[in-house]
Design a binder for this molecule. Structure first.
Ligand SMILES: [Cu+2]
Length: 183
């Protein structure tokens, strides 16, 4: 530290920290913590700068993390709203509704979340442009051409939650999957 070799006094340039005299007028910026006697104030300022950079990086990490959390919360809210709408449109199984309509499109099953009563028979229609079918736990409908429709009798299934898919190769992976609850 050659700065320590310089004699203290009034000839110190304005940009250099004053040495050898009480810090009666500290430089602008964050108030420096009291430096040990004899320690050059330039070193304290340097340390403060490092601490500032560390805090800055930390703040950015926290901000990125917070944005991610907010985005995920929004996704979950959307999903919950969609689930609620699907269940509502499927009718009230408790009221004896045992038939529900399912639409097959390219490439989705609508609604993707369905609640039906026991012994239900689904009315399945292919509203897509290619061949589709509907299968629930191995119970499968016929293959339907575009515009075709038919039934899927679920009366052989116990109450529970099942995954429903289209069995055409690749269609499940393309998005033709959903959940059906048999009450
Ligand atoms: Cu399909």
């Amino acid at each position: 530290m050659t700065i320590m070799d310089r004699p203290g006094g009034g000839t110190t340039p304005a940009t250099a920290p004053a040495e050898g005299q009480p810090a009666s007028s500290p430089p602008a910026g964050p108030p420096a913590t009291p430096a040990p006697p004899g320690a050059p104030s330039g070193m304290t300022f340097e340390s403060l700068a490092v601490v500032g950079v560390i805090f800055g990086v930390f703040a950015m990490v926290v901000a990125v993390f917070a944005v991610g959390l907010a985005a995920r919360a929004a996704d979950q809210a959307n999903e919950a709203a969609r689930d609620g709408a699907a269940v509502a449109s499927a009718g009230d199984p408790g009221a004896g509704v045992t038939t529900s309509e399912v639409s097959l499109v390219d490439f989705a099953i609508e609604p993707a979340d369905l609640v039906v009563g026991a012994d239900s028979v689904l009315q399945v229609s292919n509203d897509g442009a290619v061949e589709h079918n509907l299968a629930v736990d191995g119970v499968a409908s016929d293959m339907f051409d575009p515009g075709g429709s038919g039934e899927l009798d679920l009366s052989g299934l116990e109450p529970g939650t099942y995954t429903m898919i289209c069995e055409v190769a690749g269609h499940e992976a393309a998005g033709m999957t959903g959940t059906i609850v048999i009450e």
